[in-house]
Design a protein around this ligand. Sequence first.
Ligand code: OOB
Length: 548
Amino acid sequence: MDSKLWDGIVQYPAEFVEQYIAKGYWLGLSMSHFLNDCVRKYADHCAIICGAESLRYSELKQKVDQFAVYLAKKGYQAGDNLVIQLPNITEFFIAYFASIHLGMRPIMSLPAHRHAELSHFIQQTEAKLYICADHYLGFDYRTQARTCQQRCPSLKQVIVVGDDAEEFDAWPDTSSFSNQYVAEPAISARHVAFFQLSGGSTGTPKLIPRTHDDYLYSVRASAEICQLDAKSKMLMVLPVAHNFSLSSAGSLGLFYAGGTLVLAKDPSPNTCFNLIEKYQISHVALVPALAAKWLATVQQGAHNIFADLKLLQVGGARLADALARQLIEEYGCRLQQVFGMAEGLVNYTRYNDSIETIIATQGSRISPGDEIKIVDDADQELAIGQVGHLLTRGPYTIRGYFKADAHNSKAFTKDGFYRTGDLVRMTADGNIIVEGRSKDQINRGGEKIATEEVEQVLNQHPQVIQSALVSMPDEMLGEKSCAFIQWRKSNEDPSLTRLSMQLRQYVKNAGLATFKIPDYIELVDDMPYTALGKIDKKTLRQRLVTKH
Ligand code: OOB
């Protein structure tokens, strides 16, 4: 059993384990213990509101326990993997806590993922179970489940929340299990609790193994930094499974403090402003693109919800200084910048930081245990204020992706620092400013695109010789994607519009998340190259800036 649980996992070296325990970062307690503790302290408080339904902490726990009985009766055991892909609904938390209670390891898929990503997660982890919604934002997940079932022999069961389809199981009515209980298996808090997903910079999204110990430390510390308490009411706008939403301070930070989570079914101002007013929401987390959209709605005359919030967190992508200033100075917003990553390290600006710090920096690390280095191309540390590559190691940052030895040797230094791929500088008082990126990734309004993954798909199209996906500035999303295509000419060359449509459809059909479909296509006769002979993306990006 133990060897199965450690298979493909890079463990923290013993001396760091000792250190993190000695410093009180790691408490040796499981995620189930965490939930029990919340329930013990706040049993009668309202934990979750979703549409017309609301659940107290005690009721949440009851549903979690019953669903765990259901999973155990189905024969699932510690070390079995499952994919959870749900919108912001209560069942997400039931599935999450119940499966982790059994030592199963959920993979935190986002609603935007499509069958190519899903099949990859399932195949890599040999996941046995897939839990999805019937449909969400116009997409039918049951069709995707069928594709995954055909491609992934490990997949034994699909549970559909909502209207099921004949061959799948409906979300079970577990009320008859109310007097049964399955005990937690004897696994340690240093084992993996679940997998986050990396935005990545190479071919396929990597799986990020997060342990009970490391994750719960980031949750407790974040809840304190964000000053959550039992009166806090948080509106969950971003996808609930994302690391930002789950732990920075997110839903888990809120549960730790005994607050109430209100789940938004979509991020539109229409939906969310009503919920903010109705429930007197105190905390919201957004990506910059959404903050800008909400601000535009307020500017068009909607009630200024920014002044009502106790804290607006903005993160996931670079927040423009001008937008930050406007939110604070014109709209009375109490803002916090959050610069984090699913691999671990999270930085926050603090409540008592100066306004200039909150406007112009992405904050400072959670923990004194977070080791941060800013280095040049030769891994030499730079002086304070200089821009370089951000490397980090610490009590809640992973030491390696799941089953990815070759990639790990590049993504981590020999002594275990994670190469974030971010270009940053540090101010004299320890705040980080994100200046850019060295990883080949596009940050489309907080959604990350590994360019190589899309290029691999484009290159398979019969008319494509080679492709290069690059970012282009976008006022709303920060960045959009443009695919430069060197194409095979034929007698009947389609028009640019037709070819663009065909190529975009081609990426969609390949089963990649919708946000990865190139926003623009440019046809070229040849690519520019660097001295090393690699496609010169810098020049391509430059062309877009001068053209648009
Ligand atoms: C969060 O996590 P991921 O894994 O989706 O993306 C991480 C990457 C970072 O390496 C950085 O490139 C970018 O997203 N990023 C930011 C940023 N926050 C994230 N770039 C500039 N400014 C920011 N404030 O995005 C994430 C995880 C936990 C908390 C918050 C965000």
